[in-house]
Design a protein around this ligand. Structure first.
Ligand code: ATP
Ligand code: MG
Ligand code: MG
Length: 378
């Protein structure tokens, strides 16, 4: 079966690797250039959306910031999974927040801001501090601002206004003002839903960020109460979207209660650990779900953590037997996600110790914040 992935980055690459043993042959479509690309070699295979659609049995996506006309065109072929609406929801925080309300899952109180008066009303209603996020095109913490008590609201509005009216800004761009949640930690859940409504989820993952970018994800298999909450919330969202495929949900843990931060209608960086931590990783399960195969097992087979490799061309890991390196065939640039390392262990305690030792060994200036995050777990 031929599967076309909209987007030609590392997620398409890892789907291609996971699909090969099942004869699920993945090609990637670069939505900017219109090129069809081999997801491993990055060599061009053809050009044009119609050619791409004609050659595919199933179409899916590796990211949510895809122009609506491309998604609708794909949907007309009857091959797109999940739906255009589900992908567009993940790519627009305004639609996403409305969905979270409709699905009845807890999330940060918010207001939509188009004008300075809206911003003033948001501060009146929600208080301070606030997190402000662009509704479109945000990722890795980009397109975000903070407002704290005593900050100059006029100066903030001037920045937001300049952003909203900048040349080339997309139609429909707006700002979501959200109450800043005083969370204890951030966790995420990767779930998968088949076309028949069959649903499964992996173990909850605790996530650590540096400068808005995910640096470390650690599986948390022993958090039954949170796992149940997260799975219940994810399933509600997936049902509301009549979702097919892998869906990721990021949460804030506030004293044992979860609030949804955001969703990603795709395989997710915080689920890369499933390559070593489960018998069927998120990439294979996404392909299984969208191509109508039965879902694979999502149970944890060994404690696992994932370290992102950002902007580094190599990692000195020859002596670490349980460090599984996954490169993305990308040219290193500062801060760019070029690979990840999955670390496995036989127990949670051993995993924490291994992470701390690895974090001390990896260069601080390339793995910012890793050492303190890993030491906090040990
Ligand atoms: P990603 O790369 O995960 O897609 P993103 O750019 O879409 O990120 P968010 O996940 O919404 O952005 O926010 C980035 C980070 O900012 C969060 O992981 C969290 O640490 C912080 N953050 C976002 N919203 C809030 C909030 N309402 N309260 C407190 N912290 C927040
Ligand atoms: Mg996001
Ligand atoms: Mg996020």
């Amino acid at each position: 079966m031929n599967i076309l992935v909209l987007g030609a980055g590392q997620l398409a690459r890892m789907m291609a690797l996971a699909g090969a043993p099942l004869n699920l042959i993945v090609s990637a479509y670069d939505v900017r250039s219109g090129d069809i690309i081999h997801p491993l070699t990055l060599q061009p295979l053809g050009h044009g959306l119609n050619t791409a659609i004609a050659g595919a049995d199933i179409i899916t996506a590796e990211f949510e910031h895809i122009p609506a006309d491309i998604l609708h065109h794909c949907e007309q072929s009857g091959k797109l999974r999940p739906s255009a609406q589900a992908i567009l929801t993940g790519g627009d925080r305004q639609i996403e927040k409305a969905l979270l309300m409709q699905a009845g899952v807890a999330n940060a109180p918010y207001r939509v801001v188009y004008t300075q008066a809206d911003l003033e009303k948001a501060v009146d209603a929600l208080g301070a501090p606030l997190v402000l996020k662009s509704t479109l095109d945000g990722y890795d913490g980009k397109g975000q601002w903070r407002y704290r008590d005593g900050d100059d609201l006029h100066a903030l509005w001037a920045e937001l206004d300049a952003f909203l009216t900048a040349p080339g800004q997309r139609d429909g761009q707006a700002i979501i003002a959200e109450a800043m949640i005083p969370f204890d930690r951030e966790v995420s859940l990767i779930g998968v839903r088949g076309a028949n409504g069959e649903f499964a989820s992996y173990s909850l993952t605790q996530n650590h960020h540096h400068d808005g970018i995910l640096t470390l994800s650690v599986v948390r298999p022993d958090e039954d109460a949170l796992q149940t909450q997260a799975a219940d919330m994810l399933e509600k969202i997936a049902s509301a979207l009549n979702y097919v495929g892998v869906l990721a949900v990021e949460f804030f843990d506030v004293d044992g209660s979860l609030l949804v931060n955001e969703i990603a209608p795709r395989v997710h960086n915080s689920g890369h650990w499933t390559q070593q931590g489960s018998a069927c990783c998120q990439f294979e399960n996404h392909l299984r779900a969208v191509s109508g195969l039965p879902l694979g097992p999502t149970e944890l087979i060994q404690p696992t953590a994932m370290i992102n490799v950002l902007g580094q061309g190599s990692v000195p890991l020859a002596t670490y037997r349980d460090a599984h390196v996954h490169w993305y065939n990308k040219t290193p640039r500062p801060g760019r996600k070029v690979g990840h390392i999955n670390v496995t262990a036989t127990s949670n305690a051993e995993l924490a110790t291994k992470l701390a030792s690895l974090a001390s060994y990896l260069p601080d200036n390339a793995f910012h914040g890793l050492k303190s995050a890993a030491l906090a777990l040990a």
